[in-house]
Ligand binder design. Structure first.
Ligand code: DGY
Length: 327
């Protein structure tokens, strides 16, 4: 009699080295993997998922009814290697009785570090200085290319979740004298540690010198930084986004930068990702863009991938997932 077939886990990307070695050594499941650093095409995903019991995917992989139907009824879980899951249709998952794993906590420090990196790059006009250095030009003048500093300023955090709090903890020692935050509701325990005040979105924009966007992308936050919002921005303020590109209306942002409503925008996330070469945001002197490297450290990416593997294995065995989204 032949042994029962092992459950299949489809993995849509090459994992970081340590987690990849662990995945490759698994014997209790069959791993089907798109062993590339580039995203899998949607058509390949639709055909490769057939017969899988779990899917380990990234935020570039759209998970919807079509994909769940292509997988077949044996699919137990989608395990995304990300904390954000706006690429997943959670209603469709619910209808198909498929569980969702994600990777909270393990990327908090790396993402908050990136937020600080962008805040400092923006405030110290690093984009222009790097361009000068690359051309062998001096930026050492007493009167030009001068940035600003955070001492005595007001910090505004949009979304005081794990990453928002970690960002606040890192930025406070730079000398901010006031911390404001906004979101769907006040979080008094988290805010207490930062001595942060809960305010409305527009009030935060009016008062904050540095605005850090740390909220998830939801129906409520999509496009929240639009033309109206930018009319409330404090002149000379800096906007940093390490959340999701779609929280910001990029056309409205360009207008705000051109009109001088903001001093600088620094973005780790955009729509689309990556932005095509020559995109106005990439060329704008008041905009610094990173290609979504928020969680891109060796330690964090391995921790994310390992948690995603743990989530997928647990689901395949019908056990509680270490990090499951309640859908
Ligand atoms: C996430 O996990 O949602 C991040 O955006 C990845 O860096």
């Amino acid at each position: 009699m032949s042994a029962p077939a092992k459950p299949i886990i489809l993995v849509t990307r090459k994992l970081p080295a340590q987690a990849q070695a662990r995945l490759s050594a698994l014997t209790s499941v069959t791993v089907r993997q798109h062993l590339s650093t580039a995203p899998i095409s949607h058509s390949a995903l639709l055909s490769d998922i057939r017969g899988s019991s779990a899917l380990i995917c990234l935020l570039s992989d759209k998970v919807d009814s079509e994909l769940l139907e292509a997988a077949g009824p044996q699919l137990r879980a989608v395990s995304t290697v990300s904390v954000g899951y706006d690429h997943v249709d959670t209603q469709a998952l619910k209808q198909h009785n498929v569980r969702l794993g994600y990777t909270p906590d393990v990327l908090t420090d790396a993402t908050a570090d990136t937020t600080v990196l962008l805040a400092l790059m923006a405030s110290r006009l690093a984009k222009a200085a790097l361009a000068k250095a690359a051309k062998g030009e001096s930026a050492f003048t007493l009167s030009e290319g001068l940035g600003s500093q955070f001492t005595g300023k007001t910090l505004g955090i949009v979304g005081l979740g794990r990453i928002g709090c970690a960002t606040g903890r890192r930025l406070l020692p730079f000398g901010f004298t006031r911390v404001l935050y906004t979101g769907s509701q006040p979080h008094s325990a988290r805010a207490g540690a930062l001595n942060a005040e809960f305010v409305g979105f527009h009030e935060l924009l009016q008062l904050a010198d540095l605005v850090c966007v740390c909220c998830p992308l939801t129906d409520r936050t999509r496009g929240m930084f639009g033309r109206e919002a930018f009319q409330h921005a404090k002149p000379g303020s800096i906007l940093v986004n390490t959340a999701r590109g779609a929280v910001i209306d990029q056309e409205a942002l360009l207008e705000a930068l051109d009109a001088g409503a903001l001093a600088h925008a620094a973005l780790d996330v955009t729509v689309p990702e990556p932005l095509p070469a020559g995109h106005p945001l990439l060329c704008h002197p008041k905009c610094t863009v990173l290609p979504h490297i928020g969680s891109a450290t060796e330690e964090t990416r391995n921790a994310m991938a390992n948690l995603a593997i743990d989530n997928a294995l647990a689901a395949v065995l019908g056990q509680p997932m270490p990090a499951e989204v309640c859908i």
